[in-house]
Design a protein around this ligand. Structure first.
Ligand code: FES
Length: 574
């Protein structure tokens, strides 16, 4: 039916003058669409991660309506659909267990339906990478609409940063300085508007990542969810996706190797979450870009920290936006970013960010006067992490960056909880806390527990930080000298599995070393005697996950999901 120059995938469903055309159109018409909606308008799927169980995304139904406005204005046909939503603060045992499941939901929902272009409505941590991963495996024109951060939390005259404040009150509570009444008051003050965490935690990191990859309109990622200017960008995104369909600007044309390098550089400059590493590698492998763990060090570790946001710094996303937001960072980074690559608005980085202006250099520093010289993620190697491990130096304690200490080993999270606060535990501030069993297969699902609390008796002594090593992740709002993502993980027999109490471990960040100080012979002997733990599930999705999940060093995707199936689907449904 369409006489346009561009080819619409949706016309394979809606364009036929036969029984199938009738079936595809007729049932859709019960929602009241006129004839011309089926006659060559680009059909735009609004992939919505709204859920009342994902409070950070609770406003996305309204966002979808604003996006629809833009789509209709530009001559498109919007159709909203739900996908699995992952609420970070609620789901057990961890949302990361379900990231790949949600990505499958997204991929198959897009592939199976008559869609020409996609708008991804995202917010809470995993709702961004899961939907981007799924969309990459289909590779249609796609634009991301980030839900936006909450307004600054305000509590008794001070500021509360989502997540970061949790660690503060936990310590205060342990010292008896925070009552249950204080908790109630602080809870209400911390989350006082729609939106996701207001620190540069994982959600803000993921939104920033999308903008740095070129997947959002420029300047979109930093705007608070409650700000009416967010709506303008939502509407403009709706308009733009229709043009992207006409231009056939698919994800693979935007997501080049250079785009991924820009995301790594930007993440370092904003002091973003270590979770970016796993998600970015997983996204790259879906779209067919060769991105390795080592790239985060070689591309990003020398990048200066420009943004003074919690958890690395002092301010919150609302302050960041008022200071000029991500566009200022992009402009400051200049040629440290690939300037020539195309983004979803059809323009290059250089064109998009040339006019950015900084309104508060306490929040966004100049490149020649950074907050830290080298802020990127360091990738460690050594016999304790043959496939690598990561540390975020900007969140760590300087004096612990080169440290050898006695290992105090916890075999699992349960073991940790049972013993960490035992007054008889043989541990001091120079020890290294080792936690096993929290990698992708452990737990299972690689929870954000790597920054485990210090023993109560040391907190009461005033100890603020210790070296902690695990195969788990760390919340983007957390901080400390925490070595994460140790690969291979302990549950598949990596060296971590055979560390024993009393061993010594050396962390030398400058030389990128993580070393268990035992002989090769002793290590081989321990590994030969190691027995794999029983899998924690015998059925259902978790069993599929356990059978197929890969290591953190390659993105912790399911092996069967790496790559894509494209947008062509053979066979009709009747
Ligand atoms: Fe949803 Fe932090 S809990 S973004």
């Amino acid at each position: 039916m369409s006489d346009k120059k561009y080819k619409l995938r949706s016309q394979e469903w809606f364009g036929g003058n036969d029984k199938m055309g009738f079936v595809h159109r007729s049932w859709m018409r019960n929602q009241g669409y006129p004839d011309d909606y089926f006659e060559g308008k680009p059909v735009i799927g609004i992939c919505n991660t709204w859920s009342e169980l994902t409070p950070c995304n609770g406003h996305l139904r309204e966002v979808a309506e604003v996006v629809k406005r833009g789509i209709v204005e530009a001559g498109g046909f919007p159709l909203e659909f739900p996908v699995m939503s992952l609420g970070e603060t609620i789901m057990r045992p961890t949302t990361m267990l379900f990231r790949n499941l949600a990505s499958m939901d997204t991929e198959e929902s897009i592939r199976a339906n008559p869609l020409d272009g996609i708008v991804l409505l995202t917010g809470c941590d995993k709702t961004t990478p899961s939907t981007v991963m799924g969309a990459c495996s289909v590779d249609l024109p796609t634009i991301v609409v980030p839900g936006g951060p909450m307004l600054n939390g305000r509590f008794r005259g001070g500021t509360i940063g989502s997540g970061s404040f949790n660690w503060v009150i936990k310590e205060k509570h342990k010292k008896g300085e925070f009552t249950s009444e204080d908790f109630k008051e602080a809870e209400a003050c911390a989350a006082r508007s729609i939106g996701h965490c207001n620190t540069m935690g994982t959600a803000s990191t993921m939104a920033t990542m999308c903008e740095a990859l070129g997947l959002t309109l420029p300047g979109f990622s930093s705007i608070p969810a409650a700000d009416s200017r967010k709506k303008v960008f939502q509407q403009m995104s709706g308009r733009r996706i229709v043009d992207m369909v006409k231009e056939d600007l698919t994800l693979s044309k935007v997501l080049t190797r250079k785009a991924f390098e820009n995301a790594i550089v930007t993440n370092a400059a904003v002091g973003g979450s270590t979770n970016l590493i796993i998600h970015l590698i997983a996204i790259a492998r879906r779209i067919g870009v060769d991105l390795k763990l080592e790239d985060f060090d070689s591309v990003g570790s020398k990048i200066p920290l420009l943004v003074n946001l919690m958890p690395s710094g002092k301010y919150l996303m609302e302050d960041f936006y008022y200071a000029g937001g991500l566009p200022v960072v992009m402009k400051e980074l200049g040629d440290l970013l690939h300037q020539d690559i195309i983004t979803v608005n059809g323009k290059t980085f250089k064109e998009n960010y040339a006019k950015a202006e900084c309104y508060n250099d306490e929040v966004i520093a100049k490149i020649d006067k950074p907050l830290q010289e080298h802020a990127g993620i360091a990738v460690l190697k050594g016999n304790l992490c043959e496939n690598g491990a990561v540390i975020k130096p900007s969140a760590a304690t300087k004096r612990l960056m080169n440290h050898t200490g006695r290992a105090v080993v916890f075999e699992s999270m349960e073991d940790y909880h049972a013993r960490i606060d035992n007054p008889d535990l043989d541990i001091d501030e120079n020890c290294v806390i080792v936690l096993k069993g929290v990698g992708p297969k452990g737990y299972p699902g690689m929870p954000e527990v790597g920054n485990v609390d210090l023993p109560e008796k040391l907190i009461l002594k005033g100890v603020k930080d210790m070296v902690r090593i695990s195969d788990g992740r760390m919340s983007g709002t957390a901080y400390g000298t925490v070595v994460l993502h140790v690969s291979p993980e302990s549950n598949v027999g990596g060296t971590l599995a055979v560390v024993q109490d009393g061993d010594t471990i050396t962390l030398d960040v400058e030389n990128r070393l993580l070393q268990l100080n035992i002989t090769d012979e002793e290590l081989a002997k321990r590994k030969a005697n190691w027995k794999a733990p029983e899998p924690k599930a015998t059925r259902g999705y978790v069993r599929i996950y356990l059978d197929h999940v890969e290591g953190a060093d390659v993105g912790a995707d399911l092996d069967v999901l790496v790559g894509g199936s494209g947008s062509v689907v053979e066979g009709d449904n009747h």
